[in-house]
Write a protein that binds this ligand. Structure first.
Ligand code: 3PG
Length: 305
């Protein structure tokens, strides 16, 4: 079987070696397509592949159509909004993710961005500390739980809200459960977003919701740009000069946000999962899941059931 690793933003070399080892030990062949710049390169490479490992790479109906031999796509990471699940199902292709494998890396970046943000982007002026501030975690999944753990090390008060996780589970982790999203934004100094991009969450972080934050509120986004109502957030930040937005996913309206000097920061490329450890964890998990799929028909992590 041919296993194609197609990554516009490549894994660390050490992770690719691990993926190769796992793939070859299972008697399969590894094909690498890294740093591709045109969709046509992906279409050509996928034509020969039985299995595909991707990151945020887009797998749409055209890619699935081109992958005549394709049986499985594994998104090495958590979010699978980059894969057309309905088209995959229509083509009889199993889609999986590797939940939890890169969550510590994303959680650590939240604090990197926060320290940078509360210290005024290191411009020399006195900033503030994280200790004693209340951090709100929106969605208490793998990343949210790691964010809570690290926040306690900083001496922060921690609240969370998750539409799918009961309050007693959140409280059992030593975190205050907010009644709803509104309460989380109203009561926290900083809100960190960990919701997936779904029809329900898209543009849900909007003018009214962020407008509930107290003076000096900070929103940090290591989730997806699509969950932000960019127009609404921009309008709010133009009206309220105390609000800061720190993001690991550059907004479409980056140029407009960038005018809000000292209150906006975006990484140039999504960096949350970009550590050697996360690449090794997610990449090798993906390769192992493909081995298990071909050997035993295992579909434990299938997301298009
Ligand atoms: C994820 O959904 O796992 C993260 O957003 C990581 O995405 P990346 O693999 O493109 O860095």
């Amino acid at each position: 079987m041919k296993v194609l690793v197609a990554t516009e933003k490549p894994f660390a070399a050490v992770a690719v070696e691990g993926i190769r080892k796992e793939t070859e030990a299972a008697g399969n062949e590894l094909v690498l397509l890294e740093k591709y710049t045109e969709k046509s390169q992906l279409l050509a490479a996928v034509a020969e592949a039985d299995a595909l490992i991707i990151r945020s790479d887009k797998v749409d109906a055209e890619v699935l159509e081109a992958g005549k031999n394709l049986k499985i796509v594994v998104r090495a990471g958590a979010g699978f909004d980059n894969v057309d699940l309905a088209a995959a199902t229509a083509h009889g292709v199993v889609v999986e993710n590797t939940p939890g494998q890169n969550s510590n890396a994303v959680a650590e970046l939240v604090f990197g961005m926060l320290v940078f943000g509360v210290r005024n982007f290191f411009n020399g002026k006195a900033g503030t500390e994280l200790m004693g501030k209340r951090l709100g975690i929106l969605a208490f999944g793998n990343v949210g739980r790691n964010v809570a753990r690290i926040a306690k090390g900083f001496g922060m008060e921690v609240s969370a809200y998750d539409a799918f996780c009961p309050a007693d589970v959140i409280e059992a982790a030593g975190v205050k459960a907010a009644k709803n999203q509104d309460e989380l934004f109203e009561t926290c100094d900083i809100v960190s977003l960990h919701i997936p991009a779904t029809p329900e969450t898209k543009k849900s972080i909007n003018y009214a919701l962020v407008g509930k934050m107290k003076k000096g509120g900070i929103v940090v986004n290591t989730a997806r740009k699509e969950v932000i109502d960019e127009e609404g957030l921009l309008k709010l930040m133009q009206e309220r000069e105390d609000i800061k937005y720190l993001t690991d996913i550059m907004p479409d309206a980056h140029a407009e946000f960038a005018k809000l000097e000292g209150r906006y920061f975006s990484t140039p490329k999504k960096m949350g999962a970009q550590t050697q450890e996360a690449n090794i964890n997610a990449g090798i998990a993906a390769a192992r899941q493909i081995t298990a799929f071909f050997k035993e028909g295992c579909t434990k992590f299938q997301v298009n059931k």
